[in-house]
Design a protein around this ligand. Structure first.
Ligand code: PBG
Length: 344
């Protein structure tokens, strides 16, 4: 018998053959574009750390969102920035926040575009944490423990879970009242999905969906975003609530729990360093799986292309394809408008 007998190259012989046998296809329908909004009028302010990204006032956000819809992108994800910050994130649930105004303006101009909103307190607290900091007297009310050595206290975490989820629920409600189609909690507090679902239902917003950032890892790849949202914590980090990068199985458990609590879509974030988690999620769950191709993943390709090290468009499309191949149904990406143009 002469070798090679099996010739894989037969299926790669030309572009038409490759097109016919391709296992997956990336489509503009898979993409969600994240957008940053800020208070004011006629504001389009470049974000230094993130190429081609801007903070838009609600009026210009509506214009930009319409341009996204015209490219065929089905959904955008809104982040609030530059609101007045305080200890209790007052502006997060204000009906006149930039996010609420932007939702209303976008839905008025472009009703078929799905509007998703990020629900987290980190851009609204003066300390930059995703939740409320436990007051010193609340800690004192705890039963004193003979073992409450400083080493034990160190593991308690500063962020108070149960008061935070109340604020998150009112923030989600404000967004739903303004017209959001889907709210997306990204804070990683326990029990927030259930409380948000209950609050939306009680208030009559039964059709507002929840896309939960269920499997959100404590990642270094959020760096550029924190500049955009001005949400770098003033002390400490997010490791008491975001998942340790070494714990993929915890990511699966959190997705399972969020589905039980009423999440319609669950997310893995970041995307490229966690393709294994996306693949496992696809295998385990039947709800749509979203993956967030985060700011650091986006800017790495920009920086490498700028340094002449790789082909920008090819690297962008290969990243997005990999995320889809791993099993994501929805890809949230700053590349969305550029990818949409390539896919046309
Ligand atoms: C808010 C939030 C973050 C991102 C999305 N929502 C930052 C963080 O958790 O620090 C990151 C998005 C990105 O990097 O593109 N909590």
């Amino acid at each position: 018998m002469s070798f090679p007998q099996t010739r894989f190259r037969r299926l790669r012989v030309n572009a038409t053959m490759r097109r016919m046998v391709s296992e997956i296809r990336l489509s503009v329908d898979d993409l969600v574009y994240p957008m940053f909004v800020c208070p004011g009028k006629q504001v389009k302010e470049p974000i230094e750390a993130m190429a081609n990204c801007y903070r838009f006032s609600p009026d210009l956000a509506a214009k930009e969102a319409t341009a996204m819809a015209e490219l065929g992108i089905p959904a955008i994800l809104l982040f609030g920035t530059k609101e007045k910050k305080d200890a209790i994130a007052s502006r997060a649930s204000a009906m006149d926040s930039a996010v609420c105004q932007a939702i209303a303006k976008i839905k008025a101009k472009c009703p078929q575009l799905l509007v998703m909103t990020d629900v987290c307190l980190c851009a609204y607290t003066d300390h930059g944490h995703c939740g409320l900091i436990m007051a010193a007297d609340a800690k004192r009310k705890r039963k004193s423990s003979p073992f409450a050595t400083p080493a034990v206290q160190q593991y308690e975490g500063h962020i108070d879970n149960d008061s935070t989820i109340e604020v998150l629920a009112s923030m989600a409600l404000a967004h739903a009242r303004a017209g959001a189609d889907i709210v997306a909690p990204s804070d990683m507090m326990d029990g927030r999905v259930g409380l948000i679902r209950e609050t939306l239902d009680t208030e009559g917003y039964v059709e507002c969906g929840i896309m939960s950032y269920s499997s959100k890892f404590a990642s270094a790849f959020y760096g550029p975003f924190r500049d955009a949202a001005q949400s770098t914590p003033s002390f400490g980090d997010r490791r008491t609530h975001q998942i340790d990068p070494a714990c993929g199985r915890q990511g699966l458990r959190q997705m399972e729990e969020d589905i039980v609590q009423g999440a319609d879509i669950v997310m893995v974030k970041p995307a490229l360093p966690y393709l294994d988690v996306i693949a496992l999620a696809r295998h385990h769950f039947d709800v749509p799986i979203a993956a967030y191709n985060v700011s650091g993943e986006y800017m790495m390709i920009h920086a490498a292309a700028k340094a002449g090290l790789l082909d920008y468009e090819a690297a962008m499309m290969e990243s997005l394809l990999s995320i889809k191949r791993a099993g994501a149904d929805i890809i949230i990406t700053y590349f969305a408008p550029e990818a949409a143009k390539v896919l046309k």
